[in-house]
Design a protein around this ligand. Structure first.
Ligand SMILES: [Zn+2]
Length: 334
C-alpha cells in the first residue's frame, strides 16, 4: 500500500530542485486539499546522500530557519553527492506552531515507521522512512526543546547494532563540534526518526539546539555550525556555507540514563527549579521545590535528583501536573 503522496522531485536528476511532497487529505474547507510538505534536493554526481530534516515538531525553530538558509544558499556546483532538505516535515504542526499535528494530534517523532493508510502524521512518517531515507546515507533531524522545555545544546545519535556504523556515527557526532554529544539507546523498534534511519539503512544523527519555542543568536549559531560541520565532514561541501569559522570545542560524550535520571511531578503544583540546564548535579541534590498555591501555608515539597550528571532538559512552564517531566539528567561518559 502507498500513502497516496505525490512528490515533485526527480530523484535521479542532478541540480537544484524545489517542490512539495503532497499528501491528499480531504477536509471540510477543501475537498481536494493536499498537505504540501516543502522539499528541496540539491544533487551533483556520485557521493554521499544526506537528508536535512526539521519541523518534525512544529514548535522547534532553529532547524526550520537554518534549513531555509541552506535551501537558499547551497547550489549544486558546491555539492558532491546530494542533500535533500525537509524544513517543515510535519507541515500541519509547523503551521500551527505546535509539537503535534492539529489534524490528528500526531507527534511525528512517535509515528515511525508510519502507516500508509493512517492519519496525516503517520502517512508523512511512512513516506519519510520508506521513500526518502533509503535513498540516502545519513539523516540529520534537528530538534530543540519546544514550547514547554529548555534543552542543553547537544548532538545526538542512537546506539547502532553494527560496530562499523556506530563508529562512523560517533565520528560524525564529534565532527559537529557541539559542546555535548549524546548517545541514546531506544532500540531499533522505537517510533522515532533515529530508529527510522536505522531501519532504512542510514546513519541517524539528531541534535537538540535550545527550547522555549524561540530561537536565539546562540542557538541559531550552534545549529548553523552543526549543519556546516556535518556537510564538511561528509565531504558534501568543501567550503563553509553558513558560518565563518569553526570553534575549538571537544564534544563531551553523554548518555541517556534510565528512568531514575528523570525528575517528574507527581502532583499538581508550581515548580521552582534549584538548578539550570548544563549544571552538574549529584544524586541527592535538590532539584527544586513544588509549591501549592491552593495550600499557601503548606511548606513546598522538596524534589531531589536520584542520579547525577549534567542537567539535560528543564520544564519551562512553572505550573505542572502529575506526569510532567521537570528535569532530565544525562550521564557523563568517561
Ligand atoms: Zn523535537
Amino acid at each position: 500500500m502507498h500513502t497516496g503522496a505525490f512528490c515533485d522531485i526527480a530523484w535521479d536528476k542532478d541540480g537544484k530542485q524545489t517542490g512539495f511532497i503532497s499528501f491528499p487529505y480531504s477536509i471540510d474547507r477543501s475537498p481536494y486539499y493536499q498537505i504540501k510538505v516543502p522539499v528541496c534536493r540539491i544533487a551533483n554526481g556520485e557521493g554521499p546522500g544526506l537528508v536535512l530534516m526539521a519541523g518534525n515538531h512544529g514548535d522547534e525553530y532553529e532547524g526550520e530557519l537554518t534549513l531555509l538558509k541552506v535551501m537558499r544558499l547551497l547550489e549544486a556546483e558546491a555539492v558532491t553527492g546530494s542533500v535533500t532538505i525537509l524544513p517543515a516535515t510535519n507541515l500541519p504542526a509547523v503551521m500551527a506552531a505546535k509539537r503535534c499535528s492539529p489534524f490528528d494530534g500526531g507527534n511525528l517523532n512517535r509515528a515511525f515507521p508510519g502507516d500508509p493508510a493512517g492519519g496525516p502524521t503517520h502517512r508523512i512518517a511512512h513516506y519519510v522512512e520508506h521513500d526518502i531515507l533509503p535513498r540516502h546515507d545519513v539523516l540529520f533531524d534537528i530538534h530543540s526543546g519546544g514550547t514547554s522545555m529548555d534543552h542543553l545544546i547537544c548532538s545526538l545519535i542512537e546506539r547502532m547494532p553494527d560496530p562499523a556504523r556506530q563508529e562512523k556515527a560517533v565520528a560524525l557526532l564529534g565532527a559537529m563540534r557541539m559542546p555535548y554529544g549524546m548517545i541514546a539507546d531506544n532500540g531499533p523498534d522505537s517510533p522515532t526518526s533515529m530508529a527510522a534511519a536505522l531501519r532504512a539503512g542510514c546513519i541517524g544523527l539528531s541534535g537538540e539546539f535550545g527550547g522555549g519555542a524561540t530561537a536565539t543568536p546562540r542557538t541559531m549559531a550552534m545549529t548553523a555550525l552543526a549543519v556546516d560541520n556535518l556537510l564538511l565532514a561528509l565531504g558534501i561541501t568543501k567550503k563553509r556555507l553558513l558560518t565563518d569559522s569553526d570553534v575549538e570545542t571537544e564534544t563531551r560524550i553523554i548518555s541517556q540514563g534510565p528512568q531514575s535520571f528523570f525528575v517528574y511531578a507527581e502532583r499538581q503544583g508550581w515548580f521552582e527549579p534549584a538548578v539550570d540546564i548544563g549544571d552538574i548535579v549529584a544524586a541527592g541534590d535538590i532539584a527544586g521545590w513544588m509549591h501549592d498555591l491552593e495550600r499557601p501555608l503548606e511548606p513546598p515539597e522538596e524534589l531531589r535528583f536520584r542520579a547525577g550528571g549534567v542537567v539535560l532538559s528543564r520544564r519551562l512552564h512553572t505550573h505542572s501536573q502529575s506526569g510532567d517531566s521537570l528535569f532530565n539528567v544525562a550521564e557523563l561518559v568517561e
